[in-house]
Design a protein around this ligand. Structure first.
Ligand code: BES
Ligand code: ZN
Ligand code: ZN
Length: 496
């Protein structure tokens, strides 16, 4: 397939299914497949004989797929093991696992009877289904996937006639679509999503209530955004700064979001190893997350103002690239002594955070695949949360817990804060003189640009990308990390 390098071609529409709620019983619902939650102590289940015959014990995550036979009006039953009182996260996972099994069994419509679902549970099941249905086939020229596309999911609940249940399913669809859009962008080949193309894709979203403005390289120069320009200096394509604003009537809180959008991180002149740059198309996952979250927040009509800045640049080596030793002047006039051109994320975020600091936002949150050190500290699946404000950090961690995204706090120790301002020739040093605490140093650097604002920094270097096989609702490749947490945070700030 010829790579498509034109502008405005970068958005692929994530697969999205129709989700409804229904008061139907598992035994009477019409669908190709029924996904049935079964507890280990559930002898009374109507399909228990069939389950026993295939050795199904009902352990969490266990599945059994069999023809429905005389049972109900469906063709296939997918039993999924669940504990007696499943958490929202267990329901999300079970829904995704069940949906994929149904898809492998050639279903296109699915009914989910995972739990006697209340309104909270309806949301979790719908979200798990929407996330689990994701697939990325933009570059496949033939359909070598034996799974079917699931077109519709009915979530069975005794509360199916209540508007709150329908609203929970609708919210879940909006959120899942946003996460899947972020995944699509991360998975897109980096040659197809260079900064101008990514900016065009964001500008082309057309979300109601969201204004988008794009700064090109001329405007960036005029506005003093030397971080973005410095990082992009080695690339044949210019950087872009995209601002999205959503300002609903009656909002009392204003959340600023800033995302790292390095569409490819080769390391620049401080070039990475071959294996080290293998996955570096994902280095724009922070920008994808803030854009997708802003879209979802607007689509949900949450009464909180949001301004998002996506800081887009390509980090490449060339004769025009920024050198170690160069000094850049970032937005607001602070000078930075560059030591390692592979620590580029903090340079583009410095511009974005300075702009957020100038705005009237009450809270600033940045999201970035910032440091390999965060993988060393917290492993591949946990986001590091740092910042300058205990209340905001706690809110982010609370939102992450509700969303089912593992996040953990990390400190910005005093001595690391001091090291950032220890450059002998500029205002700040870009890079830690010591090989320890790389994530903490990067955050201390960012703190220099946020002024007095309450700020939290999410280092998603690990969770943004899944190197392994699909697990539960997390696909291989781009995961859409942090989107769900940002939406929960906005809901929290909106008092929803
Ligand atoms: N994009 C990388 C961080 C990264 C590494 C994300 C692995 C995901 C997986 C970032 O720009 C980078 O290269 N950071 C350097 C910083 C160092 C030069 C101070 C790193 O982590 O090694
Ligand atoms: Zn880098
Ligand atoms: Zn990077």
């Amino acid at each position: 397939m010829t790579p498509n390098l034109g502008h405005g071609c970068a958005t692929t529409v994530a697969v999205m299914l129709e989700v409804t709620v229904s008061t139907s019983k598992p035994s009477t619902v019409r669908a190709d497949a029924l996904v049935l939650g079964v507890r280990s102590d559930d002898d009374g289940a109507e399909v228990s004989e069939a389950l026993a015959a295939v050795g199904f014990t009902g352990k969490e995550g266990e599945t059994a797929v069999f023809p429905a036979g005389d049972f109900g009006k469906v063709r296939t039953v997918v039993a999924v093991g669940l504990p007696a009182e499943p958490t929202a996260e267990q329901l999300r996972r079970a829904a995704a696992v069940g949906l994929r099994k149904a898809s492998a069994a050639k279903a296109s419509s699915v009914a989910m009877a995972l739990h006697p679902a209340g309104v909270e549970e309806v949301g979790a099941i719908a979200e798990g289904a929407g996330l689990g249905a994701y697939r990325f086939d933009r570059y496949k020229t033939s359909d070598d996937d034996s799974r079917t596309n699931i077109e519709s999911v009915q979530v069975l609940t005794p509360f199916g006639r209540q508007t709150t249940a329908t609203a929970a399913a609708e919210r879940a669809v909006v959120v899942a679509r946003a996460v899947n859009a972020a995944r699509d962008w991360v998975n897109t080949a980096p040659g197809d999503l260079r900064p101008p193309a990514f900016a065009d894709a964001i500008a082309g979203l057309g979300t109601k209530g969201v204004d988008v403005s794009v700064w090109d390289e001329k405007r960036l120069a005029k506005e003093g955004c030397g971080g973005l320009l410095g990082v992009a200096a080695g690339s044949e394509v210019p950087p872009r700064l995209v601002r999205m604003t959503y300002s609903p009537a009656g909002a009392t809180q204003h959340l600023a979001l800033v995302g790292k959008g390095i569409t490819f991180d080769s390391g620049g002149l401080s070039i990475k190893t071959g294996p080290g740059m293998q996955t570096m198309k994902m280095d724009m996952a922070g920008a994808a997350a803030v854009v997708a979250a802003t879209t979802a927040i607007a689509e949900l009509g949450l009464p909180v103002a949001v301004t998002a800045w996506a800081c887009l640049a390509e980090n490449m080596p060339s004769g025009s690239a920024t050198r170690p030793g160069d000094v850049l002047t970032l937005r607001g006039g602070r000078t930075v002594e560059v030591h390692n051109t592979d620590a580029e994320g903090r340079l583009v975020l410095g511009d974005g955070l300075a702009l957020a600091a100038e705005s009237d936002a009450d809270h600033v949150v940045d999201v970035a695949t910032l440091t390999g050190a965060c993988l060393v500290a917290l492993g591949e699946r946990t986001t590091g949360v740092l910042g300058n404000d205990d209340d905001l950090r706690e809110r982010v961690l609370g939102a992450a817990e509700l969303a089912g995204e593992p996040m953990w706090p990390l400190p910005i120790p005093e001595e690391i804060g001091k090291a950032v301002t220890s450059s002998t020739i500029a205002d700040v040093r870009q890079h830690n003189p010591k090989p320890y605490g790389g994530t903490l140093y990067a955050a201390a650097f960012l703190r220099e640009f946020v002024g007095e604002k309450a700020w939290a920094h999410l280092d998603i270097a690990g969770p943004a990308w899944n190197d392994g096989g699909v697990r539960d609702y997390t696909p291989t490749g781009g995961t859409g990390a942090a989107v769900r947490t940002l939406v929960r945070l906005a809901e929290d700030l909106a008092g929803a």
